[in-house]
Design a protein around this ligand. Structure first.
Ligand code: GLA
Length: 394
C-alpha cells in the first residue's frame, strides 16, 4: 500500500502531466475512517466512536482565472470539466459530484475564486464504508481553503461536506464521517456527541491492538435509497414512541424501559430499528468506558454485539460481512469484529491483539475464498495522519 508521502508525490507528478508545472499548487489530504462502534446513531442525535486511519485521499489544486474547474481523477484516468454556475449536477461521474459540490458550497458560503485545475488521487479503498466520499470532500475543501486563504473552522468544514452529501449525492447522512475525517487526531478515536457536535479525542496508544479492514466486495448499488430508508424508519419509530405517550424528540432520548413499554404498540420492524439505535448508543458509552480502562477485550465484545444488532435488528448486513465476522471470531488473537459504516456490503473491521493481525488476515482470506470463491481485499490499517491543507510551494 502506498504511503501518504508517496501518494502526494504521485499526485503532484500527475498534476504536472495533466496541467503543466506553472503556478502555485495546494494540497488537501484527508484520512478515511473506520467506525469502532456507533452505527446509525449519528442520524438520531446519538454517540459515535470513529477513528481516522492512515489511508486517505489527496487533492492537488491550482487556482486559475478561467471560470469553472477541470478535475482529473487518477484512479479512473478520467477528466471532467465543471461549470460552477450550475448548482445541481446530474450528468457526471459520481466522484465528480463531491468535488463540484464542495466548490459550489464554498463559493456560496463566501469563498472567492474563479476556477481551479484539480487532480484527485488516494490510497483509500473507494465506496466500501471507510468514508472515501467524506475524505474526498474534506481533501477538496482543504485544498480550496489553502489556495484561497478562506479560513473555515474544522467543524464548519465538516458540516459543509455533510451538506454536499445531502445536496449533491442524495445521501441524507449524519455528521460522523465528515467530523472523523476532518477532526480525527493521530493515535486516537474521536468520540462525538451528534446532538451538540461536541467531540473529544480518545487516545488509543499504538502497540495495544491492530486493526484489519476486510472488504466484502459486495457493491453498494442501492446504498443511497437503502440508507435514506433507514433514516425514515428511525423517524417513524420515534413517532410511534411519541404516540405511545412518551415526550421524546429523537431516538437518543429513548431509554430501554420506554421501548419496552412502547414496543407492543409498534410495528415489529420499527421496534427493531429503534432497539438497535437505543442499544447501540449504550454500547458506545460502554466502549468509551472500556477504552478509559484499557479494556480492549470489552470493546471487542461490544463490537460483536453491535454487529449482531446491525444484522438482526437494523438489517444492514449481508452474508459476506457476517461470514467475515464469524470467521474472525474463530481466530486466535481476535478481540472483536463488526461491519463498519453503512453496511449493505462494504467493509468489516477486525480488532486483534498486537502482533496477531497478519495471521488473522491470512485465515480470514482463506475462509472467505473457500466460501465465496474469491479472495477479499484486506488492509491492515494504522492510526491516522490528520487532515491538512497546505501550499506545496512554501
Ligand atoms: C454512513 C454515513 C454516516 C453514518 C453511517 C452509519 O457512513 O455517512 O453518517 O450514518 O453510515 O453509521
Amino acid at each position: 500500500m502506498r504511503t501518504q508521502r508517496s501518494t502526494i508525490d504521485e499526485t503532484v507528478r500527475v498534476f504536472h502531466e495533466q496541467f503543466g508545472n506553472q503556478g502555485d499548487l495546494h494540497c488537501g489530504w484527508s484520512p478515511g475512517r473506520v467506525n469502532l462502534i456507533g452505527e446509525y446513531t449519528d442520524l438520531n442525535n446519538g454517540f459515535v466512536l470513529p477513528m481516522a486511519i492512515d489511508l486517505g485521499i489527496c487533492v492537488v489544486a491550482r487556482l486559475r482565472a478561467k471560470p469553472g474547474m477541470t478535475v482529473y481523477a487518477s484512479k479512473y484516468q478520467q477528466s471532467v470539466d465543471l461549470s460552477l454556475a450550475v448548482a445541481e449536477y446530474t450528468d457526471m461521474p459520481s466522484w465528480a459530484h463531491y468535488v463540484a459540490g464542495v466548490a459550489v458550497l464554498s463559493q456560496e458560503s463566501g469563498c472567492e475564486f474563479s476556477g481551479f485545475d484539480i487532480v484527485v488521487n488516494g490510497n483509500l479503498p473507494i465506496g466500501g464504508g471507510v468514508s472515501s466520499s467524506a475524505a474526498l470532500c474534506v481533501a477538496t475543501a482543504l485544498a480550496i481553503q489553502s489556495a484561497t486563504g478562506w479560513d473555515l473552522e474544522p467543524l464548519a468544514t465538516a458540516q459543509l461536506c455533510q451538506v454536499v452529501e445531502h445536496r449533491f449525492a442524495g445521501v441524507k447522512c449524519g455528521i460522523m464521517d465528515q467530523m472523523a475525517c476532518r477532526m480525527g487526531k493521530a493515535d486516537s478515536a474521536l468520540f462525538i456527541d451528534c446532538a451538540s457536535y461536541e467531540s473529544k479525542s480518545v487516545p488509543i496508544a499504538p502497540g495495544h491492538v491492530e486493526l484489519l479492514v476486510v472488504d466484502s466486495g459486495v457493491p453498494r448499488s442501492l446504498h443511497a435509497s437503502e440508507y435514506n430508508s433507514r433514516g425514515n424508519e428511525c423517524e417513524m419509530a420515534m413517532q410511534a414512541i411519541q404516540s405511545a405517550g412518551f415526550i421524546v424528540e429523537n431516538l437518543r432520548a429513548v431509554t430501554p424501559e420506554m421501548l419496552e413499554q412502547a414496543g407492543p404498540t409498534m410495528a415489529d420492524r420499527l421496534l427493531r430499528r429503534a432497539r438497535h439505535v437505543v442499544t447501540e448508543n449504550l454500547r458506545v458509552l460502554s466502549a468509551l468506558h472500556a477504552l478509559d480502562l484499557g479494556r480492549f477485550d470489552k470493546l471487542g465484545q461490544l463490537m460483536y454485539q453491535s454487529h449482531e444488532s446491525l444484522r438482526d435488528d437494523f438489517n444492514v448486513s449481508v452474508g459476506e460481512l457476517d461470514h467475515i465476522v464469524a470467521s474472525a471470531k474463530d481466530c486466535d488473537g481476535v478481540l472483536g469484529a463488526r461491519l463498519t459504516g453503512a453496511g449493505f456490503g462494504g467493509n468489516a473491521i477486525v480488532m486483534t491483539r498486537k502482533g496477531a493481525s497478519e495471521d488473522v488476515e491470512r485465515s480470514i482470506r482463506s475462509s472467505f475464498a473457500k466460501r465465496f470463491d474469491r479472495i477479499p481485499q484486506t488492509h491492515r490499517v494504522g492510526h491516522s495522519n490528520e487532515a491538512q491543507g497546505y501550499s506545496l510551494n512554501a
